[in-house]
Design a protein around this ligand. Structure first.
Ligand code: GAP
Length: 451
């Protein structure tokens, strides 16, 4: 058996994701809408598994990290205080030939530096849409927050924003969480939820979209411990990605220089993943200092300090923020798992997703649609669905070979086949996705074998 993953292209992943019901372009029947995707039946389950794994690792099993689910639309003053109204901008230009709009940093192929004037560089750059060179409008900045109105009127008093990050809701609830949990430093608040950014040029499938999901922790620490806590979180994040099956050889650290850092950060590190289109940010880990708590305290008039019983004084904690995008993680997990193999001169595509991450844990496949086989297969299905917490699929259509290939392509680790011998020996065949080995197991011992 020969196996390869190294050269998998983005087109291959997009095609598999669509063909097998993981991800569809949003509102495709109307021509789609750039920067938005829908997760299909297998995609939504896999994304849920990734989020559950994150929540289990960082909230449910950690005594000093508390969960939160804050509203997507908050009082707009929150985004003024956080600096997003004034500072969340990308420089962009319009091609004067075809009127397409572009992010300047993408056109010139450099990380954005807010202090640099890119105009001279643009004179040699081709428009990626019409191919004309150097016909650009002047560079303008563009705020990436989606705006909406709350209530019946559409005037400036009713203006609100769809959140550009989940973190804002965490800072705004700092004092209530502190009061209700009686937490002591260091402690974290974690949230999984949608974020929205009106990206100028959404691209690379799920990598840069306009509606996405974040898994964020704001970890409040004593300012003196911020540097060591940052190092600690870098290690935790790296280890967790390995645990859920990402290929470590495709991961690397990237430290932000001053030009790249967000307006609130003094130190920022990314775990980059080597996607088919290059090594790019998957998980950002930043030291946001006391910027947010102080800014919200000033704007709202609410005291957002913490009473340090050792020092016997009020301090404003620093924040270490590990912020991970669900969609980028989903894409990296698909990419790491995608494998093409040659088996007995036939090729197969298999997603070697980690156990617990694949959308289906076990597939039950009766060899034929004969009622006596269906009856046993359905009994096994009910038993596993009810008693194990596993996601189980029942499939009786097409040849058994085609059904195995289909399960391989969606990454199902185990298939259980009910055949005519089952009627005699009360046993079934378990097929392993990766080795394709088959073993015979008594039905009464199934749970023990697959649990
Ligand atoms: N609260 C900090 C924050 O939002 P960020 O680096 O802008 O920092 C954090 O975003 C993470 O959110 C990124 O590491 C990435 O995984 C994800 N992300 C950001 N913008 C995205 C986009 N347009 N599409 C998909 N994921 C995105």
């Amino acid at each position: 058996m020969s196996s390869k993953n190294a050269e998998v292209s983005l087109e291959t992943l997009v095609s598999l994701a669509k063909r097998r019901g993981f991800v569809f372009p949003a509102s495709e029947i109307y021509g789609g809408i750039s920067g938005f995707y829908d997760y299909g039946p297998y995609g939504v389950q896999m994304a849920r598994n990734l989020k559950d794994a994150w929540w289990d690792a960082f909230v449910r099993s950690v005594p000093n990290i508390y969960g939160l689910d804050s509203a997507i639309i908050q009082n707009p003053k929150l985004w003024e205080a956080s600096g997003h109204v004034s500072g969340f901008n990308d420089p962009m230009v319009e091609c004067s030939e075809c009127h397409s709009r572009h992010r300047v940093d993408h056109l010139v192929g450099k990380e954005m530096d807010k202090l640099v004037d890119y105009t001279p560089l643009l004179s040699d750059v081709k428009c990626t849409v019409c191919g004309k060179t150097g016909h650009y409008s002047e560079v303008k900045t563009f705020n990436m927050m989606f705006k909406t109105n709350v209530g019946a009127s559409e005037d400036s008093d009713s203006k609100a924003y769809l959140r550009p990050e989940t973190a804002g809701g965490i800072f705004a609830n700092f004092d209530q969480i502190l009061e209700t949990t009686r937490a002591k430093l260091p402690f974290g608040v974690a949230q999984i939820g949608k974020a929205f950014r009106n990206e100028i040029s959404p691209r690379e499938f799920l990598f840069r979209v306009r509606e996405f999901e974040q898994m964020e922790i704001e970890y409040f620490v004593n300012p003196e411990h911020a540097d060591s806590e940052l190092e600690n979180w870098k290690q935790i994040a790296w280890d967790w990605l390995k645990e859920i099956g990402l290929d470590e050889s495709k991961m690397e650290w990237h430290e932000h220089d001053d030009a790249e850092k967000a307006h609130y950060a003094v130190a920022s590190w990314d775990i980059n993943y080597d996607y088919p289109f290059g090594s790019k940010e998957l998980w950002g880990i930043a030291n946001r200092t006391d910027y947010d708590l102080k800014a919200h305290s000033k704007e709202s008039g609410k005291d957002l300090t913490y009473f340090d019983t050792v020092k016997n004084e009020h301090i404003t904690p620093y924040v270490i923020e590990p912020s991970l995008g669900v969609d980028r993680l989903f894409l990296a997990a698909l990419h790491s798992a995608y494998t093409e193999e040659e088996v007995n001169r036939e090729s197969r595509v298999v997603l070697k997703l980690a156990k617990g991450i694949s959308p289906v844990d076990v597939a039950i496949l009766p060899l034929s649609k004969k009622p006596e086989l269906q009856k046993i297969a359905r009994e096994i299905y009910s038993k596993l669905v009810g008693g194990t917490g596993l996601t189980v699929e029942y499939d009786e259509t097409q040849s058994i070979g085609k059904r195995y290939r289909r399960q391989d392509e969606i990454g199902t680790p185990m298939c259980i086949t009910v055949d005519f011998e089952t009627l005699e020996d009360q046993a079934v065949t378990i097929r392993d996705r990766d080795t394709m080995e088959q073993k015979r197991v008594k039905i009464e011992e199934l749970v023990k074998h697959i649990g």
